[in-house]
Design a protein around this ligand. Structure first.
Ligand code: NDP
Ligand code: ZN
Length: 186
């Protein structure tokens, strides 16, 4: 497969797998919006030079959130893409709190390329919490998520200055918005 074909096929595969899923935000965006955003961040961060990583960014939630296996991704794409997706997949048999703690403690142990997907994923999620937060999330819960995302990214730094700056900008923007709402509340 040529590089553009590989990435295009990743979009088709992800769109099929996530067809019925929506984001949790008030705008109920198609799940695909998040995958497109994460992939664009990864592609730009790597200046289009790592198509396997961009494909893995598109596919990063397939194993975690759809009935997709490593073997299937390896067959449809290649071993590198499948390994990257597996490397950013949480163990769903664990309790939510344990999974969140593990993301923080495991981030520094990930490969540089897996770290790039992680930072892009957290950047997209912080932007969602700014632009289309889940309707039932309090400001306190959004702040909690922001602090946790910063902890995960702290352990993944040193891989891509542009992406890390982009994450920091999104984190600051959300922080400022949350400070604004807490100031209004007082
Ligand atoms: P969730 O894991 O339930 O939701 C966050 C995840 O949802 C993101 O990582 C993202 O994952 C996905 N997502 C989908 N749509 C959006 C969106 N619009 N904006 C942001 N993320 C979106 O929540 P938490 O991470 O908060 O995990 C639950 C924890 O929250 C528990 O540990 C509990 O302690 C705590 N909690 C806190 C409360 C509070 O009020 N402070 C209340 C209840 C629970 P992906 O990239 O995989 O799509
Ligand atoms: Zn994600």
């Amino acid at each position: 497969m040529t590089n553009p074909v590989l990435v295009a096929k990743a979009y088709v595969f992800a769109a099929e797998r996530h067809t019925r899923q929506r984001r949790k935000g008030v705008n109920e965006e198609p799940y695909m919006n998040h995958l497109v955003e994460v992939a664009a961040l990864v592609a730009e961060a790597t200046e289009g030079k790592d198509p396997n990583l961009t494909a893995a960014a598109v596919l990063h939630d397939t194993i975690e959130d759809t009935p997709t296996s490593h073997a299937e991704l390896e067959q449809a794409f290649n071993r590198d893409v499948a390994d990257l997706v597996a490397d950013v997949t949480d163990d769903k048999s664990l309790a939510k709190a344990d999974r969140k703690a593990l993301q923080v403690s495991n981030a520094p142990k990930k490969s540089s390329r897996a770290k790039i997907i992680k930072i892009a994923d957290k950047t997209s999620n912080l932007r969602s919490l700014l632009n289309s937060p889940p309707g039932d999330w309090s400001d306190a819960r959004r702040s909690e998520y922001l602090a946790w995302a910063r902890q995960v990214v702290a352990g993944a730094r040193g891989v891509n200055a542009w992406l890390e700056d982009t994450f920091d900008a999104s984190a600051r923007e959300l922080e400022t918005a949350l400070e604004g709402t807490s100031a209004q509340a007082t």
